[in-house]
Design a protein around this ligand. Structure first.
Ligand code: ADP
Length: 477
């Protein structure tokens, strides 16, 4: 059974109980993780607090930065091992897992190099006063992360937290926590002091809820479903703890009649097929101007039909869905779409001889999807693409912004003025013009509005979340 990682050591779960981990590839149980409970969260919070008040809290920004950069180096040295763990745990193609581990390393390089550049401000004030605004760590940070990009999510949330001088407690998803556990040991070996990073595995409703509602934390970050996001924010609110929430999307890719379709189509398809559509920023709605609708749909169908679903080692375009439960949800969604007579535009191919009990969904494109259909509005979190026609720019904007979510959008047009207008009018945390940036983009601030959550991670803006300011007013005459 895998251990928890608390106070610089691998420790068993206090419950003595385990949770089975199933391979998405075969549906078979292949490992067990410790079932952490609130007592384990208590230990992790105590260890993190000691780190903040002790050695870790005394380190200069330069010292912290050096350790983080060294962690990045060691992640890259162990990239093959970590990518294999990630691919096995999630079922994703090994090549994608490798990119995810590279991104994990990038987070540590980026934030490690930035640790000593978290500057404050000086404010001109009344005569005889000097005023400075200093940035301090929040203290102990709780992080609950999902299973879709376990390595990337880990890096994205803990690297800026640690760079700013906080100590972290991570509750990885019970379905995919092997990379986090291996990473914690690597980080410790690279010089991260005991207690600065703690990993408590367990169920969301047990270890996760205990962490979110813990009075000893100072900041909570969560990436996952909107429903759980609300539960976490509610639990944290009882202790007056701020939450950074990233809760998914129904991201539009808007294609105008003057788009370069040859360039656009592979990216439009890739933005939904990557990671089997299990991406918050998946481009799950393609909106096409009516005048080129048929032409664009034909090209998308051609491309999509060439996509392959297969085993991680064969580096297909798409792997299995993460869990049996999630697989059931995606299949049900597809069945409902079929039952409502949505036209099928294309389907991807399943490789022959896939294990019978693996969680393989056949990726599918539906279109035209009526605007009030659930596929036009709700997140599937699977390889299911909705295509919708639009008339003109105003119509495109209304359609693109017309869901509860607001995370990422893209626009495809060669018209510069339209690019600028659309960038202004599309709602969400990121807008891509003639490209799509799902994944990666360590340097680029990311986050949502409305049901997609709030707060910003990635880029230097993340430090606004992981620090608190203190205004120091000095009256010297
Ligand atoms: P998904 O719907 O993508 O599976 P969830 O939002 O259910 O994602 O889970 C994301 C993370 O939230 C996981 O680490 C999970 O264990 C955790 N989680 C689930 N329920 C709760 C809860 N009630 N309180 C705290 N964490 C939870």
């Amino acid at each position: 059974m895998s251990m928890l990682f608390i106070d610089g050591k691998q420790v068993p779960a206090s419950s003595g109980q385990s949770i089975p981990v199933y391979s998405p590839v075969s549906g078979e149980a292949y490992a067990e993780i410790g079932r952490g409970l609130s007592a384990d969260v208590d230990s992790a919070v105590a260890a993190a607090r000691s780190a903040v008040n002790g050695e870790w809290g005394q380190y200069s920004a330069t010292q912290r930065g050096r350790i983080l950069v060294e962690i990045g180096v060691r992640v890259l040295q162990n990239i093959e091992e970590l990518a294999a763990i990630e691919a096995k745990d999630t079922g994703k193609p090994v090549a994608l897992a490798r990119k995810d581990i590279e991104a994990l390393a990038r987070y540590f390089e980026f934030y490690g190099s930035a640790a000593d550049k978290i500057h404050g401000e000086v404010i001109p004030y009344l005569s005889g006063y000097s005023v400075s605004v200093v940035r301090e760590p929040c203290g102990v940070v709780g992080h609950i992360i999902p299973w879709n990009y376990p390595a990337q999510m880990l890096g994205r949330t803990i690297a800026p937290a640690l760079a700013a001088g906080n100590a972290s407690i991570v509750k990885p998803a019970e379905d995919a926590c092997m990379t986090s556990l291996r990473f914690a040991q690597i980080a410790h070996d690279a010089g991260l002091p005991a207690g600065a990073l703690n990993i408590v595995t367990g169920y969301g409703r047990e270890a996760g809820a205990a962490l979110a509602g813990h009075p000893g934390i100072n900041l909570m970050t969560f990436t996952g479903s909107p429903e759980v996001g609300v539960a976490i924010q509610t639990a944290a609110a009882a202790n007056y703890v701020k939450c950074v929430l990233e809760l998914g999307g129904k991201c539009p890719q808007v294609v105008f009649e003057d788009a370069d379709l040859e360039k656009a189509v592979p990216i439009l398809v890739g933005a939904i097929i990557q990671n089997a559509g299990q991406t918050c920023s998946a481009g799950s709605r393609v909106l096409i101007q009516r005048s080129i609708y048929d032409k664009a749909v034909t090209l998308i169908a051609e491309r999509f039909s060439q996509m392959r679903v297969g085993l991680p080692e064969s580096n297909p375009d798409c792997g299995p869905i993460i869990t049996r439960a999630q697989f059931g949800r995606v299949q049900k969604f597809i069945e409902e779409c079929r039952a409502s007579d949505l036209p099928v535009v294309a389907q991807a191919k399943l490789d022959a001889n896939l294990p019978e009990n693996g969680y393989y969904v056949q990726p599918v494109v539906f279109g035209p999807v009526p605007r009030d259909h659930k596929l036009a509005r709700e997140e599937v979190f699977g390889p299911v693409l909705a295509i919708l026609p639009f008339d003109d720019e105003d119509d495109a904007v209304a359609l693109a912004n017309g869901t509860d979510y607001g995370l990422v959008a893209s626009v495809w047009t060669e018209n510069g003025a339209r690019q600028a207008r659309m960038a202004r009018r599309l709602e969400g945390g990121q807008v891509f013009i003639n490209c799509y940036g799902a994944g990666g983009g360590v340097e680029l601030p990311f986050g949502g509005i409305r049901k997609s959550g709030h707060g910003r991670e990635k880029g230097l803006l993340a430090f606004d979340e992981f620090t608190v300011t203190k205004t120091v007013v000095n009256h010297f005459s």
